[in-house]
Design a protein around this ligand. Structure first.
Ligand code: ADP
Ligand code: ADP
Length: 232
């Protein structure tokens, strides 16, 4: 079954004056996909990402995560489902400055009951090694470069082994070279672990390097194309 399925998702804002921001979105993401979500500013990408991320509810339509219909779930159940199945990477990393890289990566696991400290620590160290920061586990965010901070945030997003990673302009705050490195890291994790990614980006070069490009204009998917595999 698909990791994500949206059926006729409509989102409206306002009460007296109702604005329809999403006009019936149908979208399926299969396990292991690496997809870009593109479109002009104001087209509804953030709204869509918030709905997929269970941070906001559609006005109508259905959101299924790994086959589970999220429509009838209360806030607690949504929060639990979010923690178990979704990872988030934002443009700004939102690391906690008072905590070390290792502690920041462990943070989502701390909220999950029943994980012994040692297992959390091991998992977080593995991830830091994977993003090339094993030696910096004890550093605080302020002691790391922008690219390193974003890599810590990526490790944190992966700590619960999410089925789907939602990335909103994950390299929007980085210089070109660092941005390419961070993007390649996401690509690598996708290939190695078959983890599914949906990446909002304004960068056409980044979109070109995804396997699938979903374009939203005025709250509608206007094109959804799979890219031929790249050489190298
Ligand atoms: P929001 O998620 O708040 O709606 P946007 O996703 O529209 O914000 O934009 C995020 C950032 O990208 C903003 O700083 C915006 O100025 C910039 N941006 C928006 N559209 C483009 C574009 N077409 N090309 C490059 N940068 C853009
Ligand atoms: P994008 O991320 O593509 O820039 P958004 O999803 O942020 O687009 O916005 C889509 C449209 O929805 C915009 O016209 C925006 O002004 C509107 N919008 C977003 N959030 C709200 C809100 N909370 N209340 C009212 N309108 C909103």
């Amino acid at each position: 079954e698909p990791v994500l399925r949206l059926e006729g998702v409509i989102k409206e804002y306002g009460e007296e004056v109702v604005t329809r921001v999403l006009h019936g979105i149908d979208l399926t993401l299969e396990q292991g996909e690496f997809a870009a979500l593109i479109g002009p500013s104001g087209s509804g990408k953030s709204t869509l990402l918030n709905i997929i991320g269970l941070l906001d509810r559609p006005t109508s339509g259905r959101v299924l995560l790994q086959g589970q219909d999220t429509r009838g779930l209360d806030e607690d159940s949504l929060a639990r489902l979010r923690a178990r199945t979704l990872g988030f990477i934002f443009q700004f990393h939102h690391l906690m400055p008072a905590f070390t890289a290792l502690e920041n990566v462990m943070m989502p696991a701390l909220a999950e009951r029943g994980w012994p400290d040692e297992r959390m620590r091991t998992r977080a160290l593995e991830l830091l090694a994977q993003v090339g920061l094993k030696e910096r586990a004890g550093a605080h965010p302020g002691q790391l470069s922008g690219g390193q901070q974003q890599r810590v945030a990526i490790a944190r997003a992966l700590v619960m082994s999410p089925a789907l990673v939602l990335a909103d302009e994950p390299t929007g705050n980085l210089d070109t070279g660092t941005s390419a490195q961070v993007f390649e890291l996401l690509r690598h994790i996708n290939r190695e672990q078959r983890m599914t990614f949906l990446i909002v980006t304004h960068d056409p070069r980044m979109a070109q390097r995804c396997d699938r490009i979903i374009e939203v204009v005025d709250g509608r998917i206007v094109s959804d194309r799979r890219e031929p595999p790249h050489s190298g």
